[in-house]
Design a protein around this ligand. Structure first.
Ligand SMILES: [Zn+2]
Length: 87
């Protein structure tokens, strides 16, 4: 079992808290893991669940843009084909 580096208690569980992680202009949802006895922060990291959710959301948004671009290109192609046929 691990010991807290500050209070030397054996730590079998940690307290979890949400924290903001600022990286320049970007902000991520992070989590901190604290000692349940003295509340010292043992570790901080990006929240993997929030990261996954944000990534899925970003990819979904990009796919919607690509679909719109493809629809616009199809429309332009149809117009060009009609112009070619009419010549
Ligand atoms: Zn502690």
């Amino acid at each position: 079992m691990s010991k807290c580096p500050k209070c030397s208690q054996f730590v079998s569980s940690v307290s979890l808290a949400e924290v903001n992680v600022n990286a320049g202009t970007k902000q991520w949802v992070g989590v901190s893991y604290s000692c349940p006895f003295c509340f010292s922060v043992l570790s901080v990291g990006i929240d993997p669940v929030a990261l996954k959710s944000d990534t899925v959301s970003d990819v979904t948004d990009e796919m919607a843009k690509v679909r719109q671009d493809i629809a616009a290109l199809r429309s332009q192609l149809a117009t060009l084909l009609q112009q070619l046929v009419q010549r």
